[in-house]
Structures are given as structure tokens and as C-alpha cells.
Design a binder for this molecule. Structure first.
Ligand code: TYD
Ligand code: MG
Length: 458
């Protein structure tokens, strides 16, 4: 290839074109395309070819029953809650991506975890963003004891790979992948090509040396992991670390996991001496306020039920279009629930502003929250309080019907444990016999109107 050619790579979605566009034709993002020179393409093709050559001996298919059974040996991350999210611990040779907003505590979590792991294994912590001295300072702040943790302050990919090769650690942490740079590529650190190539190179060495690799990735302003979907396909598990920066609790969630269930959730609290696991997180998201527009739901994140408070404020609008704002709940869901209430209960919500917030800055994605959201809205609209001790569970269909949700049994038990006295659930829920059932009243409804009547009449 003698002609000098460039490719143009979208930094948002990773799409490649041969021509420059002001707007990415694939994801629609403006000004996200940058030019990359041919040298990187040649190198990419070269690595592709050589990897083909490695596997050139012909492979045949085999019956699934004759494939060797492999027992996965997991390593503890030092935190029981972190292990749960990983599906039981770190798997050697696997790649875990931890994403989150800057300053949320990713480095703190991983440094603490690395310190705990270093008591038993050899751990390499590659700090590409901070200097080794800064990490040492943080280490002192975390009151870290003497341990066998190895630090490497380096941004060059080759140097990191050399160190992995010679130290042969059981676990390596790369903080962060966006700061790492492959000097054979023309684009700058943090670009899609850099992130993709660096991760692929690290994955090769992790698989070869059986190292459990944890890489930190930043989140873009749109809230997706930077260097985006390309990375999510490559890694075995994607964890997100999230939370309100102004509140002290942080949520660690698995959104993809090849070695365990997704949606598992762990809650940590950021204290002066680092992150502390919260064993019973339900109480965190309850304010015990009694007011109009406040409802309590019981969501289920993975296997863990969480009681969370939802607050709604409904006001007559003074704008041409009513305002609808939702924090912690997707705004499309809010619109849908408002439309269902308006149609089924003949409430003139389209002439009212609606503000909805989930307490504690947590994101509620699960549809079982619908009934709680609807009840909070009606409670604020009619200025009637929901009697205290009530939990609302149920998904609302477009026709106003209540749909059953999964793990209803665990949710009711958690409600009972927290001292709630009434729970309103969809009619079709299959509730097994619950011990000490006289402590909690289980009320069933098949339509939203029935559920709301039950909710407000104690
Ligand atoms: P950090 O781990 O640097 O975040 P990230 O790597 O995700 O960018 O966390 C930084 C924040 O955590 C910082 O604002 C201070 C706070 N923090 C504490 O509150 N207590 C602590 O013990 C530590 C180490 C940090
Ligand atoms: Mg950091």
C-alpha cells in the first residue's frame, strides 16, 4: 500500500469511515470524528495476520460433552460485596472493566482491594493517571499496612506489558485505560483506537499468563463508558461504580458478566478512611419522612431487595408545555406512567408540571418501581399522604393493568424485616407462604385504580 491513506474514527461509537464528516453517520454525534494515519492500520492488519497464523492448524468441532470440564478457581477481591458482584470472585485470565464518573472512587476501591489481595497474592497496580507518590499518599490515608503490592507509574503500553511479563502477578490493575498509550499508534491517548488496541494487547497477555486483569475506564458526559461499546464486547465483565458525588454511598453494579449473574449490586460508603462495605443497604435510601408525594418501593437489584423512597411534586403549570423532570428514573417511563394515570383515573395531569426524584441519587431501572412512582404522583396531585409503613410493588402496563415482578418473595421478606406493615402487589404474583405473615398485610390488586385505592385507604 503505497498511497498515504487515513481513516476517520468516531470517538463516541468507534465507527470508521474513509471520509471526514462533521457528524458521525453511525451514532449522530457532532465533531466526534478524528483522523488516524495509515501506520496504525498497517500495524493492526499485521497483528491480525500474525494471530491468524498462530491458529493455522485446522480445528475440528467436537461434541459438547467431550469438551473438558473446567472448574473456575476464583480469587477473593478482599471485599465480600465486591466478590458477589463479580459472581464469586476474580477469575484468573479474565478481564474486568470498572467504569464510573471521575472522582467517584474507582481508584480508592481498587487500591483498597489490591491491598487486601496483596496479603496473599502478587498484585501489580499500574497507575497511569497519578504518580506513585500520590498513590502512596492515598495508601497512607487508607491506613494501609505493609504489604506486597507492586506499583508502576507508567503510561506506555509496552512498558506495562514488559512488567506484566517479568513480575507475573496473579492480579493486575490498570488505572486507567484511557491514560495508557501505545506509541505505535498515531492517535492520542484516550482515543477509541488507543483504548481498543491497548485493551486487546492487555487481554492477550492476561490470557497467556493467566492474570486477572481489572481495567478502569472513564465515563463520557453522556454516561457511557468511554472508548465505548468496543471495550464492552472485549471484556468478560463490566462493572459500573456510581452514586451521587455529594452523598457518601456508592453503588457497584455488574452490567455484563460472563462468569456470574448481572444486575448484582454492592453498596459502599465513602468515609474519611476509604470505602466501607454496607451490609444492609436498604435503610440507606429511606428518609422516614411523612409528606404528600412520598412513596416507598422495593426494587430488586440482582438478588438483593432494596427499599427506596420516591418523591413526586405535581404543580399547576405556568408554561405552554408542562415540565417533566425525573432524577433516577428514565423520563420515558415517567411520561408513560403519567399517560396511564391520566387515562385511567381521569386526572388532568397534562396541565401540571411533574418533578420526580429518587432519594439518595440512586438510579431505578427496574419496572417493579412503576406502582410506587404512580402512587407518589397521585399522592402529590391530590395532596393526600400514603399511610406510613406501606410498600408498593408492581409494573404498570399501558392498559393500566398491574404486572407481576420477579422475586416477590424476597421483596416481601425484606419489607417485613425493615418493619413495613403493608405491601401492595400485583394480583397475579405467586407468593409462597411467608412465615410470621401476621406482621405484614399483603394486599393484591389487578389494576392501577384498585392498587391506588388500597394504598390510600388504611
Ligand atoms: P478516587 O478514587 O480518586 O476517584 P476516581 O478514581 O474514580 O476518579 O476518589 C476520589 C474521591 O474520593 C475524592 O474526591 C476524595 C474521596 N475520598 C474520600 O472521601 N475518602 C478517602 O479515604 C479517599 C481515599 C478518597
Ligand atoms: Mg482515579
Amino acid at each position: 500500500m503505497s498511497r498515504s491513506v487515513s481513516i476517520y474514527v468516531c470517538q463516541n461509537c468507534g465507527a470508521e469511515t474513509r471520509q471526514f464528516f462533521g457528524r458521525c453517520t453511525s451514532c449522530g454525534e457532532w465533531n466526534s470524528i478524528i483522523e488516524e494515519k495509515i501506520s496504525s492500520i498497517i500495524r493492526k492488519n499485521a497483528t491480525k495476520k500474525s494471530s491468524f497464523r498462530h491458529s493455522s492448524e485446522q480445528k475440528r468441532s467436537e461434541p459438547i460433552t467431550s469438551v473438558k470440564k473446567e472448574v473456575i478457581q476464583r480469587m477473593s477481591s478482599g471485599y465480600k460485596e465486591f466478590d458477589n458482584v463479580l459472581g464469586g470472585g476474580l477469575v484468573p485470565g479474565s478481564l474486568v472493566l470498572v467504569g464510573g464518573d471521575p472522582g467517584i472512587g474507582k481508584s480508592t476501591l481498587l487500591l483498597q482491594s489490591a491491598a487486601a489481595m496483596a496479603l496473599k497474592e502478587t498484585i501489580l497496580y499500574v497507575t497511569a493517571e497519578e504518580s506513585a507518590e500520590q498513590v502512596r499518599l492515598r495508601w497512607n490515608r487508607l491506613q494501609g499496612s505493609e504489604s506486597n503490592l507492586h506499583l508502576l507509574a507508567e503510561t506506555d503500553l509496552d512498558a506495562v506489558i514488559d512488567e506484566l511479563d517479568s513480575l507475573k502477578p496473579q492480579v493486575a490493575i490498570i488505572d486507567s485505560i484511557q491514560a495508557l498509550q501505545d506509541c505505535n499508534l498515531s492517535s492520542g491517548a484516550g482515543s477509541v483506537t488507543q483504548v481498543r488496541e491497548c485493551s486487546a494487547a492487555l487481554q492477550r497477555i492476561a490470557k497467556k499468563r493467566n492474570i486477572a486483569l481489572i481495567i478502569v475506564g472513564h465515563v463520557t458526559k453522556e454516561g457511557i463508558l468511554a472508548g465505548p461499546k468496543v471495550l464492552e464486547h472485549l471484556v468478560d465483565a463490566v462493572l459500573t461504580f456510581e452514586g451521587d458525588r455529594f452523598a457518601s454511598h456508592r453503588l457497584l453494579r455488574a452490567i455484563k458478566n460472563r462468569f456470574g449473574a448481572t444486575n448484582e449490586l454492592a453498596v459502599f460508603e465513602m468515609e474519611g478512611e476509604g470505602l466501607i462495605e454496607v451490609k444492609n443497604p436498604s435503610e440507606l435510601f429511606l428518609s422516614n419522612e411523612q409528606a404528600n408525594g412520598v412513596a416507598t418501593i422495593m426494587t430488586c437489584e440482582g438478588a438483593r431487595p432494596l427499599a427506596i423512597e420516591i418523591q413526586a411534586l405535581i404543580n399547576t403549570t405556568s408554561y405552554p408545555n408542562p415540565r417533566r423532570t425525573a432524577t433516577g428514573v428514565e423520563s420515558n417511563r415517567l411520561h408513560q406512567i403519567l399517560a396511564v394515570i391520566e387515562k385511567n383515573m381521569s386526572l388532568a395531569l397534562s396541565r401540571h408540571d411533574c418533578y420526580l426524584a429518587v432519594v439518595g441519587g440512586i438510579n431505578v431501572e427496574e419496572p417493579g418501581a412503576d406502582l410506587g412512582i404512580a402512587t407518589a404522583i397521585v399522592s402529590s396531585f391530590k395532596s393526600i399522604q400514603i399511610p406510613s409503613g406501606t410498600i408498593l410493588i408492581g409494573e404498570i402496563g399501558l392498559g393500566g393493568q398491574l404486572r407481576p415482578v420477579r422475586q416477590i418473595h424476597q421483596r416481601i421478606q425484606e419489607a417485613m424485616r425493615l418493619g413495613f406493615t403493608r405491601v401492595i402487589i400485583p394480583n397475579e404474583s405467586k407468593v409462597n407462604i411467608i412465615k410470621n405473615n401476621n406482621k405484614i398485610k399483603i394486599l393484591k390488586a389487578s389494576k392501577i385504580n384498585e392498587a391506588l385505592k388500597l394504598a390510600f385507604n388504611n
